[in-house]
Design a binder for this molecule. Sequence first.
Ligand SMILES: Nc1ncnc2c1ncn2[C@@H]1O[C@H](COP(=O)(O)OP(=O)(O)OP(=O)(O)O)[C@@H](O)[C@H]1O
Length: 345
Amino acid sequence: MSQLSIKGLDVHYDQHQVIKNLDLEVQEGEIVALFGPSGSGKSTVLKAVTGLLNHASGSIELAGHTLLSNEKAVPTERRNIGLIFQDYALFPHLTVSENICFGLVKASPLEKQQTVDELLALVKMSEYKDAYPHQLSGGQQQRVAIVRALATKPDLLLFDEAFSNLDPQFRFELIEEMRAILKNKGITALFVTHNQDEAFAFCDRIAVLNHGRIAQIDNPERLFSYPSDRFVAEFLGQGVWLEARVESENTLSSEWGDLPYQGEKSIAGMIGELVDVYLRPHQIGFTEADDGVFCVEHERFVGEFYQVELEWRQQSLKIRTHSSFLNKRVNIRVKQPVLHVFPKP
Ligand SMILES: Nc1ncnc2c1ncn2[C@@H]1O[C@H](COP(=O)(O)OP(=O)(O)OP(=O)(O)O)[C@@H](O)[C@H]1O
């Protein structure tokens, strides 16, 4: 069942339309990312959902209640949405317990205490209930901010770049921990980010925004393997475009050799046509050859592999290898079947 349903959302700033007839359904208990480049409209969608825009049109429903329609726009404070920001936004003069209880205006002292105890136990911070925000690390402050948002039992949690201030080492720990808590409690969440790793780690589905429209919404695996258009392929990618000819329903030919095709869509109707395939770094490698087309002049050892960057037809070709090819002549080898072909533009 849809917990959040956005239909036909339009937002203009002056004459400029920044959100264009956007539809988005988020199921109950689902975590969805709004992911896209700067200026694609992520924050604007978030503001429309929270009710911070007075010029949004279309319809928004949350937990069966209409928040926005032609007839009405429910004010922000009555939308029952929890917000979590990048900068934690805790009240500095209140303790951890007081921060968590801030929105619990109708609760009795006993209920408040039970809520604080339960939520702090959830994030393993029970001993910090009398601490002030400045006495906590960034990760701890964000844990408190998240449970403060949970305290009021919101119908939806909105995370606005909520993990980006944290040290990468702790960031993914916190993301995993928060995902487990949200899943355990069946909380629905929308996560605005321009960070692909965070979106992939935290979310069930990812909506890729391009100029105010959703270019594709899918789970991380499908988004990566089956980008719906050139924009999504490149935005997720670090890859390279390679021209190929469809030879049969399961083979293409290219200047890098024959490429097996194992995509979902049949390419039988494209036999003989020239198409483009998008290959990501993990799909390509080298074979050493005395008459190889490339000479590897630079490579970087980055821990598990060597990273080589070559210029090829005005594209930057990134290749990962498990052994060093420094100063060797090589040809490119496509290591994995092609999953998706794009007709020529
Ligand atoms: N108050 C405003 N007045 C005019 N234009 C605005 C305003 N706020 C945003 N815009 C424009 O709307 C478009 C979408 O902006 P938005 O902030 O939603 O993008 P975003 O994807 O969240 O970007 P970022 O990742 O940089 O935060 C941009 O072109 C931006 O310049």
